[in-house]
Design a protein around this ligand. Structure first.
Ligand code: ADP
Ligand code: ZN
Length: 721
């Protein structure tokens, strides 16, 4: 090729043509460096006919500067990038950027310098140095990463390097990973498990596209079951990707994987160190990486030779990305499997209605694990009507639940209380004047966190210390907490059961893989009696001595205008209930609610999953909601309130009139101010068959907005705030 078209890494610019200089060879998918004005820019060589651009005569083309020493992106991946950009109305370059997720992997040396404590003491100790040395025990990373870890400036650390307190270590970035052995410790599967495993193994060996919905009750051993097709892929020399919804789950998974395969898999998530990221990326692209376990971003990596994708806890909404490219990793995983011609397994005890519908219509093959492994029974579930069985004043746990907690503590068994609210209290106000603490950047209350003594916004991260006096009326000691968060429930447990060892489990407390591993180890060693947690505790964990689950407020998720509120409540409660009685002792679940007759609560209490799904299916069908109709959202934002409003109006004013497509709004978003930006939303509801993306592209394509306005499109939205 002597002339090429590139997708270039600049979202504002379309594809550009370049000349290939003498002596350079490139092919489709090659990653190259090209000149752009006075700068250099990364680009990917693409098929010209798939990428319309203005034609520039040969004589005017500038030459490429360099072809980077990495394998070209395979056609399967190029098609996936195109599909994703097209389906989610996103920029090709933005999608492609997710593939080249490690700048370091593209170039640079194969070794790099990291630093660690040498054991020496500085000549002069300063508070900053003490903080750094304390925080960096057992850490080794670049200066920049260490500075971040210790929350000190890079200057402080350079000083420590000068004093020999931090010593340099040369790291071979691309050192190989330990090999997983498919035959290391193969478990004996139950008959049910074996049957399911055989079907998927066959598909792995056949090397063809095959989407499976693995629908197994909590504790049925879905992991052990899909480990067999993982082993089959390894035997065939092919790579496997396992997507997990939460890094907190990764640790437990890694251990199970290691027990089964004799080596830990490669981990991929957004907080990897740059050296780890580079090493993983290169191993994935070269084909050396065997199994990758990752968050949704692992889906777009350039696997050389993928043989199987597993999406575990596939119903989880964290697979949906709500910024940048707004994609759903569960759905894109199926598309990737299709382009790669490989099987994909969506595993869940509470599948999304969309997934069940795909199975019903024969597009996915449904595989069932209807009973728990090893004879464990599913827990008994009952509701506590809070309107009749009221907790004591200022408390949140009803007498029946309190009795059950006491009973478990006496028996030495574990309990879990679930409340999907971080912090101590969701709202703080002044008893004297009624002043409410609100975030200056968002239309949201500040949440009190007592452990860390701060008022925090859960949307933008804004934090302040709780003041001694009301900022409005000046009254001292007048702040009252309204409503419970997990910390407050933990306090209540401490009052009721002073001798109980209580652990609060949220993204605040389990914010690193080490802390997650620590928690799992403690819970398994029975060093914890009562776990109080948010949605983080609803999934994945397997604690055999845990026999009681209390859902503190099942109504919480039903509030607000979320289209999937009932489904999400069902999933969360069923999943958290599924943590009870996974060992030899039976489990018991109490659901506190004010709406015992709400269909979702009634179905949960009756353990009647089918009834819930049937009712929900009918409701969705009636509303033209997914999977029967489609939704899309347009979100308009600006730091200038008027500008946002005007832009939203302009969009609303030019809305197309098309049969079977209903457009709602513009209206101020429920979160009308977020991170200092004013927000408006439009919601599009269409028939399944409507070409929503084309409609939106045509519609927005003819409009121009001021520079401060951001217009984003959310196809198949999950968040409606
Ligand atoms: P799920 O993900 O379906 O809720 P898990 O995969 O966590 O269930 O399995 C529940 C427990 O049963 C785990 O401790 C797992 O190790 C164990 N288990 C499942 N299947 C087997 C098997 N075939 N042999 C031994 N242990 C198993
Ligand atoms: Zn905020």
């Amino acid at each position: 090729m002597n002339r090429v078209r590139l997708i270039i890494f600049n979202a504002a610019l379309g594809p550009l043509d370049y000349k290939v200089p003498q002596g350079m060879t490139v092919e489709y998918g090659s990653v190259v460096v090209a000149p752009l004005g006075p700068r250099q820019i990364i680009g990917i060589v693409w098929e010209e006919e798939r990428l319309p651009a203005d034609s520039v005569p040969d004589a005017k083309l500038r030459p490429l500067l360099e072809a980077l020493p990495i394998p070209p992106l395979r056609p399967e991946l190029r098609r996936l990038i195109e599909w994703t950009a097209d389906y989610y109305c996103a920029n090709l370059a933005s999608v492609a950027r997710m593939v080249l997720a490690s700048g370091g992997a593209m170039r640079g040396p194969a070794t790099m310098t990291e630093y660690r404590l040498s054991g020496a003491e500085p000549e002069r100790m300063t508070p900053q140095r003490a903080v750094a040395m304390d925080a960096l025990q057992n850490e080794q990373a670049s200066i920049r990463e260490l500075a971040e870890l210790a929350s000190v400036s890079e200057g402080v650390l350079r000083g420590l390097v000068g004093h020999g307190v931090l010593e340099p270590v040369q790291v071979d970035i691309d050192r190989p990973y330990p090999r997983a052995d498919p035959g290391h410790d193969q478990p004996k599967l139950s008959a049910d498990q074996q049957e399911v495993a055989d079907v998927i193994v066959e598909a792995v060996e056949a090397r063809e596209f095959a989407p499976f919905l693995l629908d197994g009750v909590t504790g049925s051993g879905k992991t052990e079951t899909y480990f067999e097709p993982v082993a089959a892929a390894l035997r065939g020399g092919r790579q496997v990707l396992v997507l997990l919804p939460e890094i907190a789950l990764t640790e437990a998974f890694l251990r199970r994987f290691e027990e089964r395969f004799g080596a830990v898999p490669i981990v991929w998530h957004s907080s990897l160190k740059s050296t780890e990221r580079r090493r993983a990326w290169r191993a994935i692209a070269s084909g050396e990486a065997q199994v990758v376990v990752g968050a949704r971003s692992a889906l777009f990596l350039p696997y050389a030779n993928l043989g199987l994708i597993v999406v575990d806890e596939a119903h989880e909404i964290s697979f949906k990305q709500d910024e940048g490219v707004r994609y759903n990793a569960r759905d894109v995983a199926v598309m990737r499997a299709r382009f790669e011609k490989i099987p994909v397994v969506l595993a869940s005890a509470t599948p999304a209605l969309e997934s069940l519908q795909m199975a019903e219509s024969g597009i996915y093959r449904k595989l069932d694990l209807p009973s728990r492994f090893g004879g464990a029974t599913l827990p008994t579930i009952s509701t506590i009507d809070l309107t009749e069985h009221k907790p004591e004043r200022g408390r949140w746990l009803a007498p029946e639940l309190v009795e059950a907690l006491k009973d478990r503590l006496e028996k030495g068994e574990q309990s879990l209380l679930f409340l999907n609210r971080r912090g101590y209290a969701p709202l703080t106000l002044c008893r004297n004047c009624g002043f409410r603490f609100e975030c200056p950047n968002c239309s949201a209350w500040l949440v009190e966190h007592r452990f860390s003594r701060r008022l925090a916004c859960h949307h933008c991260g804004h934090e302040t210390e709780p003041p001694a006096t009301c900022p409005d009326c000046g009254e001292p000691d007048c702040l009252v907490a309204c409503g419970p968060g997990v910390e407050r429930i933990a306090d209540e447990v401490a009052e009721i059961l002073p001798e109980a060892r209580v652990a609060v489990v949220t993204s605040d407390t389990l914010n690193s893989p080490e802390k997650a591993a620590d928690f799992v180890a403690q819970a398994e060693a029975q060093a914890i009696d009562v776990i109080v947690g948010t949605q983080l505790v609803t999934k994945g964990f397997h604690f055999p001595e845990l026999t009681l689950v209390g859902v503190v407020d099942a109504d919480l998720g039903l509030e607000g205008g979320d289209l999937r509120a009932a489904e999400r409540t069902y999933q969360q409660v069923a999943q958290v209930a599924g943590r009870a009685g996974r060992g030899s002792k039976p489990g018991e679940v109490f659901i506190q609610t004010r709406h015992t007759d709400a269909p979702v609560i009634a179905a949960l209490a009756a353990g009647d999953r089918d009834a819930f799904y049937e009712a929900e299916t009918e409701a969705r069908r009636g509303a033209g909601a997914p999977p029967f109709g489609r939704w899309a959202a347009i979100i308009v934002s600006s730091e200038d309130e008027n500008e946002a409003k005007e832009a939203a109006r302009a969009i609303g004013g030019t809305q197309p009139r098309i049969n079977d497509v209903m457009i709602l709004g513009p209206a101020p978003a429920p979160l009308s101010l977020l991170r200092g930006r004013y927000r408006y939303r439009l919601l599009i509801n269409a028939r399944r068959s409507a070409q929503v993306q084309d409609i939106i592209r045509d519609w927005l394509g003819q409009l121009n907005f001021p520079r401060g306005v951001r217009v984003s499109v959310d196809i198949d939205p999950y968040s409606f705030v």
